[in-house]
Write a protein that binds this ligand. Structure first.
Ligand code: SAM
Length: 323
């Protein structure tokens, strides 16, 4: 079975935020405003996540990403990965993490069958890393190195670029020349809460601005997306081992090729990251609905998927939606 929305987009990708809790405090993700953590009873349980994935796969989803918050904070993460990989029809399972806890979990994750991973890493400068995330760069780098040594491939490094803060992209450009990694520069997406906390002072770099900077470090050529499709536009420096990706939803909108559904850490289904509409998926998982009803709900949700985003700001913190 395949899932198609009203605008002829095939929907085959489900991103699940499995916790809103995080061990870092990235300035662009969870802003200075102190917000209470979601209550444990509001997070989807292990069984609910597995049932959801199984039903989603039966109606046409084949790619799953676990995100958060920090997904490695969930105690059942290794079991979840192992169980999801065993669901027939899951073609691709990935994890987005800040990498800090990878040294503790990597062996379990690899044994469970995880093949690839995305690691968020916004700077290679220890002091700036501390300022941007509250954590220690050496811990994040250790996580990255362990993932590389255990053979996860590809490893995609996500860098959210903020003007005047971490917009010196050269260290990452050099890294892509020397190492077999994907480095993906992500345009900052404004959050309502960040806007309130900072008075809209945080600004991302646009596609054009990033490309100009990157081109000044060496000869950069467009290259095909190694995965065939996706929101990133890829480039490679001449002779480089790694590649560079740009993901710029603000200045280079890719709504027309959106293939995703998202589930928030408290079990709401979002058909658009930038839409305020949230459908109460958790209710279906907890009110005695049958699998057929749950699948019907997933299929009917596609009629709610807008053609284009309609809002400037994201109404939820990224830690709840999962990026
Ligand atoms: N804790 C994990 C991590 O750090 O990768 C997963 C959660 S994080 C919310 C998922 C992704 O969202 C990360 O790559 C992060 O950089 C990105 N992200 C968070 N806030 C963002 C924002 N305001 N604009 C663009 N990307 C953002």
């Amino acid at each position: 079975m395949e899932l198609w929305d009203n605008y002829s987009r095939k929907i085959d990708y489900l991103r699940l935020s499995i916790t809103d809790r995080c061990n870092l405090r990235c300035i662009y993700c969870r802003p200075g405003l102190i917000k209470a953590q979601q209550e444990r009873k509001d997070l989807l349980t292990y069984e609910e996540i597995l049932r959801l994935v199984r039903c989603a796969v039966e109606v046409g989803i084949s790619k799953i990403r676990l995100t958060g918050g920090e997904p490695l904070i969930r105690r059942d993460i290794v079991d979840l990965i192992r169980a999801i990989i065993c669901i027939p029809g899951v073609r691709d399972l990935s994890l987005t993490t800040n990498g800090i806890l990878l040294p503790y979990y990597i062996d379990g994750l690899v044994a469970a069958g995880l093949k690839r991973i995305n690691i968020s890493l916004d700077t290679l400068d220890p002091q700036l890393f501390r300022t941007m995330t509250g954590g220690r760069l050496e811990d994040a780098l250790k996580g990255l190195r362990w993932a590389q040594e255990r053979g996860l491939n590809p490893i995609k490094i996500n860098v959210v670029v903020l003007a005047g803060i971490n917009d010196d992209l050269e260290p990452f450009a050099r890294m892509s020349m020397e190492e077999e990694v994907y480095i993906r520069f992500i345009e900052y997406m404004p959050l309502e809460s960040t806007n309130l906390a900072t008075g809209d002072s945080m600004r991302g770099l646009s596609y054009q601005e990033m490309l100009e900077k990157l081109s000044s470090y060496g000869s950069l050529r467009p290259t095909a997306n190694p995965e065939g499709a996706g929101p990133a536009t890829y480039f490679r420096y001449q002779g480089a081992r790694g590649i560079i990706g740009l993901i710029c939803s603000e200045s280079n909108c890719f709504c027309q090729s959106c293939n995703r559904l998202r589930v928030t850490s408290d079990g709401k289904l979002k058909t658009c990251l930038f839409g305020s509409e949230e459908l109460d998926l958790k209710n279906y998982l907890r009110d005695g609905s049958t699998d057929e009803q749950l699948k019907g709900f997933l299929i009917s949700s596609l009629a709610r998927k807008p053609q284009k985003r309609s809002q400037k700001f994201l109404s939820r913190d990224m830690s709840e939606v999962g990026g």
